[in-house]
Design a protein around this ligand. Sequence first.
Ligand code: PLP
Length: 473
Amino acid sequence: MDTANPGTLVLDAADRARAAELLARFVDDYEDSVANRPILPDVDRDTLAKLLAEPFPAEGVGVEGFFADLHDRILPNSTTVAHPRFLAYVQGPPNGIAPYADAITAVLNQNCNFWQLSPAASVVERSVIQWLAGLYDLGPAAGGVLTNGGSGATKDAITTALADRRPYFRERGLQTGAPPLVLYTSEEAHRCVDKAAAILGIGLANVRHIPTDDAYRMRVDLLTEAIAADREAGLEPFCVVATAGTVTSGSIDPLGPIADLCEREDLWLHVDGAYGALFVLADSAKEQFAPMSRADSIALDPHKMLFTPYEAGALLVKDATKLRAAFAFSSSYLTIAEDDLMLDFMDYGPQLSRSFKALKVWAALRTFGIDTFREAAERCLRLARRLGERVAAEPGLELMNPVTLTAVCVRVSGRSDEEHPRLLAQLLEEGTALLGPALLNGRPGIRACVTNHRTTEADIDLIADRLATFASR
Ligand SMILES: Cc1ncc(COP(=O)(O)O)c(C=O)c1O
């Protein structure tokens, strides 16, 4: 190692200076080259196989060696998520303060389990949660926790709903001889709902996937019927997972009527807003999220529309005492006096040791200000509408979904089901864009999802022009 302190895990001043210089250069070079990098790398399998096979060195390669590895082996085999025409899945490029916030997180290395190990971090996380809960008017008793993503947040929300429904859930689990609990969601729901039901022991046989209307929104009439039929059959409905921004089409389930039904039927209402909920920041969209004030819980993803780096999800619960009731455990080795300012976040979710995820969210909100995020959300919506309008105006293209948020699904006329994935591959190979597959009503299409603060009108027009040429051929 090029360090004057062999055998220690501390860098000396010269190494620190070199590491800082190399890091700064790495960040700058990446920023300058991001739009010109291949969106998906031409993966060098030999290099990666060697990476897997080679033993770790007994004597370290040092700071220079580490950065050389980054340049030679990691960077060329990494996906350029921040490319302006990366419009697949629901991914956002990180915001500009992210690398620095993450570096500080590592330096401070707060353990956000209980407040003594992370006093400021606890309050920072609280402030982020409080701001998020305020976006949906969840009321004074609301609380929550940052999670590793939307899937985790939905799983923890359903755990909370189970604990709320069956107070003895913790001791006896679901094996109590009571009627099976049933959960309702739509056919367009994200697979994280099924996954949570499977993990939690609810069983997929007890998850109802309610059909959707022609705009891919859950049909409340069929939901009502399904609940009645299950009660009739002696089962116990307990939870509805509605979606605010379905993963394929960006549709928003009829949240008001679903909230009415949940109230009447005494069901927990969870809203999966992992993709869509943060579009509440955009003036042109926020009205659609108003009924979320009636949700018992909400999952959302700062690592999408707040453009924080992975991982940052959030779970909000209308009555935070229910979240705590589901997750707080006492133990002899963790006895911390409660504090009314600083929370013990280990009591609000499944993790004990937790990173200071809140810093990157807080840093972004402080650095850029809320208005910048409002504008970014609005811009993504505007660009998606522009693409939707271009597609709708093109006789050879079919717009498969109403553009509610930023997902635009396109079917090219005259092209078979099998050709659509090939068109996707072609768009990528020629460097036009990385778009994703769509499957709506059993028909494949091409899906662009604008959750990218770097995308411009020119990028959208390039994609629309190219799709039009597919249609005319
Ligand atoms: C509607 C919806 N729910 C859940 C998720 C999962 O979120 P995460 O990847 O953060 O777990 C996604 C991801 O795109 C999504 O679109």
